[in-house]
Design a protein around this ligand. Structure first.
Ligand code: ADP
Length: 295
């Protein structure tokens, strides 16, 4: 290749990257708060927590101003829990229109692009990173009070990309279950967030004991207290425990966030206590940020 054309290509690439950065900044600057929900391993209720968190914010005076990004490229489950399976993202003019969920929630998920629910995504890192960037910067999120990002379990490409594209993230909520195995992996998630310098809002212990609906006896199916123990050991806030409740799973399968479908249950009450702590964390961050901008 001629040196001049190589220089031209490098210059074109540099310009393209600059444009991408500007686009990302223009989109994310209109989103007041960004929080990610992470877990060490799958199946602990991370997506259930993400969706119900988005629902709680939307119903606390932020309707039409909440977004949820399902960043789990391989196992997207947010659409199912919100009853949005089968909906499609509208793409045109380098802009992606999110799907509208309950209370005007803006929802983006890989699931909205797949030809059928069973279709797997078989992608290597670079493609996933591009998809995550476009899901953040090319989506018409508009002015949002909060964007909840449901990250896939573990510490792979997707979580790293989200942090790279959203360096100003408010913090992460970590979800675990009480078992010993989960405690070991959840510590990796805590260390991951620390190494990347993301504030840790706190840890939720999900599936914490089962209360028999017939006799009221509590059975600690996955043991108990593991989440609080990890929080103390790792020096992070403990946000609360959510019990195992058959209705949580039934309502999720029906596409109904459990805090709305069954608001009087112990699981919903526990969840709303957790939401309050997250709201307080965000309020304190706002105060700190405004104090820092005055100083
Ligand atoms: P993850 O995102 O961590 O893979 P999900 O949110 O998809 O996990 O939850 C896994 C399964 O567990 C789902 O079927 C969900 O409905 C169920 N589930 C989550 N939390 C609870 C709970 N507290 N009680 C009963 N079932 C739950």
């Amino acid at each position: 290749m001629e040196p001049a054309s190589r220089e031209h290509l490098i210059e074109e690439r540099r310009k393209h990257m600059l444009e991408q950065q500007q686009k990302l900044k223009a989109t994310t600057s209109k989103i007041k708060h960004k929080i990610a929900v992470i877990s060490g391993k799958g199946g602990v209720g991370k997506s259930t927590v993400s969706v119900n968190l988005a629902m709680a914010f939307a119903s606390h005076g932020h309707s039409n101003r909440v977004g949820i990004l399902d960043a789990d490229i391989h196992g997207p489950s947010v659409p199912k829990i919100l009853g949005l399976t089968g909906q499609r993202l509208q793409i045109g003019n380098q802009a992606i229109q999110p799907v509208l969920g309950p209370l005007g929630m803006k929802v983006v998920s890989m699931d909205f692009l797949l030809p059928e629910v069973e279709a797997p995504v078989i992608w290597r890192g670079p493609l996933k990173i591009t998809a995550i960037r476009q899901f953040i910067s090319d989506v018409v999120w508009g002015n949002l009070d909060i964007l909840i990002i449901d990250l896939p379990p573990g510490t792979g490409d997707e979580p790293l990309s989200v942090v790279q594209f959203l360096p100003e993230m408010d913090g992460v909520v970590i979800v675990t279950i009480p078992s010993d195995v989960s405690q070991v992996v959840v510590k990796k998630a805590v260390t991951f967030a620390r190494r990347l310098g993301i504030p840790i809002i706190g840890l939720i212990e999900n599936m914490s004991g089962f209360i028999c609906p017939h006799c009221g006896t509590k059975t600690d199916i996955f043991q108990s207290g593991g989440g609080r123990k990890v929080s103390e050991e790792m020096g992070i806030p403990f946000l609360g425990s959510i019990p195992i409740d058959q209705k949580v799973s039934e309502n999720s399968d029906k596409g109904l966030p459990f805090i709305v479908a069954d608001s009087a249950s112990a699981a919903s009450k526990a969840f709303m206590g957790i939401v309050k702590k997250i709201e307080n964390f965000l309020k304190n961050r706002e105060k700190q940020n405004s104090a820092a901008s005055i100083a």
